[in-house]
Design a protein around this ligand. Structure first.
Ligand code: ADP
Ligand code: ADP
Length: 234
């Protein structure tokens, strides 16, 4: 049951007449329910590939399919529907510092004109799920890194997406906090049935939560498949 398919994806950047190939003919599929890791060193192309899923980046050639839809050949209106089904969290959390935790989580719901009482109900439910029900009125600067990422996760889940993109989501966190965020992401996958794509440069993170993995190196897909096969000792 394929949810995302990359088909012959290449990406080139040209700067001052010099062309860099960030991605080179990448093809693989992600199935519904996967926690799919994208691993590789800095500059491997992980983030560029991840961002093609919600069209923050576009391929130079090739196709990205989300639920069978080629996301680069649809109208803005269709694209905004696809994007509502895809949440995203970041290494640096991307919270609005001038807004409360409640308002940060509510942003995606304000944007789609959800009635006020529904927003209150939904935000309360999300904050309970991520373990921050007592922090609704706090501001980001009063939170730890782990708490900020919990707010990021609650915001990303506000519209009930079926896919969650994680761009180095634990790279700014200490090992214990990383563990607790990974446990939360496992619950997101198992209890909420959200497919997760997790970009990281750390094998340990992949081994803890991912069932599948793709290894990128210099824009090339080196290997992909089940974590137990890819990382098993020969
Ligand atoms: P990773 O996430 O694995 O660290 P990225 O996807 O961020 O890798 O980058 C892959 C390659 O593409 C790198 O060589 C990077 O310098 C280049 N790149 C990414 N974004 C841009 C851009 N906007 N302009 C020029 N080069 C870029
Ligand atoms: P980074 O710091 O990881 O480079 P940016 O600040 O450049 O991230 O944001 C990348 C894109 O993601 C921007 O176009 C921004 O509008 C979008 N974005 C930020 N937060 C969210 C969110 N919660 N949901 C969806 N898109 C978001």
């Amino acid at each position: 049951n394929t949810i995302i398919r990359f088909e012959n994806i290449s990406k080139e950047y040209t700067r001052n007449g010099v062309t860099t190939r960030a991605l080179d003919d990448i093809s693989f599929s992600i199935e519904k329910g996967d926690i799919y890791g994208l691993i590789g060193s800095s500059g491997a192309g992980k983030s560029t590939l991840l961002r093609m899923i919600n069209v923050l980046e576009t391929p130079s050639s090739g196709h990205v399919f989300v639920n069978g839809i080629d996301v680069n050949s649809i109208s803005q209106k269709q694209l905004s529907l696809v994007r509502k089904d895809i949440g995203i969290i970041f290494q640096d959390f991307n919270l609005l510092e001038s807004k409360s935790v409640f308002d940060n989580v509510a942003i995606p719901l304000f944007l789609k004109h959800t009635p006020k009482h529904e927003i209150a109900e939904r935000v309360t439910e999300l904050l309970r799920f991520v373990g921050l029900e007592d922090k609704a009125k706090a501001f980001p600067k009063e939170l730890s890194g782990g708490q900020k990422q919990r707010v990021g996760i609650a915001r990303a889940l506000a519209t009930n997406p079926s896919v969650l993109l994680c761009d180095e989501a634990t790279s700014a966190l200490d090992p214990n906090t990383t563990e607790s965020i990974l446990d939360l992401l496992l619950r997101v996958n198992q209890e909420l049935k959200v497919t997760i794509i997790f970009v990281t440069h750390t094998i340990r993170v992949i081994q803890k939560i991912c069932n599948k993995v793709a290894i990128l190196d210099g824009g090339k897909l080196v290997e992909h498949g089940r974590v137990i096969d890819v990382f098993s000792n020969p």
